[in-house]
Design a protein around this ligand. Structure first.
Ligand code: ADP
Length: 208
């Protein structure tokens, strides 16, 4: 046991925002200022990648045909199946969600054990979830107009406008996200270095 004051549990900060809001950028900066970053999207992708924690159960439930030669879930096939068969989609979610939830908690515990003051949970679909908000001490929402979202995602990925609009429509509306927020970062019409200063200020507020 190391001497000194007992270590406090880290603050659990939820970070969310629609696609193209700047959420990942804000998360990276918070991490660079000393927060531990738990990236829910990355953990979810890893769960179904080669050697991922959800692969054995997916193989057992859906058969070898859904696993590619590298041992990853065959995303294209599964997407196609889930699209036409809602039951299959539910079975897949029932396998993947709890495992991803456990992996997220494990990552957060590891960060706490390593002495993190703040753990940032980067959760794209936070506002769509009933489970997450009660587990967080604070929620930071990165917000911008839909037009800005579209422009940024187009510049980043070159996806067609209709596809981006469909993704935005599938996510919680802006108002629902903002209703959850303890803090809102308005990331519209400001340069990146202004955004960075705002994030620095928020990090200061958390003692980072
Ligand atoms: P999200 O994770 O919300 O999808 P990102 O953080 O990946 O969004 O940001 C989307 C893109 O927009 C990135 O290329 C990022 O550099 C850019 N971006 C975000 N905020 C600004 C800003 N204030 N000014 C200019 N570019 C920005």
């Amino acid at each position: 046991m190391i001497h000194g004051a007992p270590r406090r549990a880290p603050l659990r900060l939820g970070l969310t925002g629609g696609i193209g809001s700047g959420k990942s950028t804000v998360g990276q900066w918070l991490a660079s200022f000393g927060a531990a970053l738990v990236d829910a999207d990355r953990i979810a992708r890893e769960a179904t990648a080669a050697g991922g924690i959800a692969v054995p159960a997916i193989r057992a439930a859906f058969g070898d045909a859904m696993i590619d030669k590298d041992g990853a879930m065959d995303r294209a096939r599964m997407r196609e199946l889930a699209f036409r068969d809602a039951g299959a989609r539910q079975r897949l979610e029932a396998i993947v969600h709890p495992l991803v939830g456990e992996a997220i908690q494990a990552a957060a515990m590891q960060a706490a054990a390593a002495g993190a003051r703040v753990v940032v949970f980067d959760i794209p679909l936070l506002a769509e979830s009933e489970r997450w908000p009660p587990q967080l001490d604070r929620i930071l929402v990165v917000d911008c107009s839909e037009a800005t979202q579209i422009a940024r995602v187009q510049a980043r990925s070159g996806l067609p406008r209709e596809t981006i609009e469909a993704i935005i429509a599938s996510q919680a509306p802006r108002a629902a996200r903002r209703a959850l927020a303890d803090m809102v970062l308005h990331n519209d019409g400001i340069p990146l270095d202004t955004l960075r200063s705002e994030v620095r200020r928020i990090a200061d507020g958390f003692g980072l």
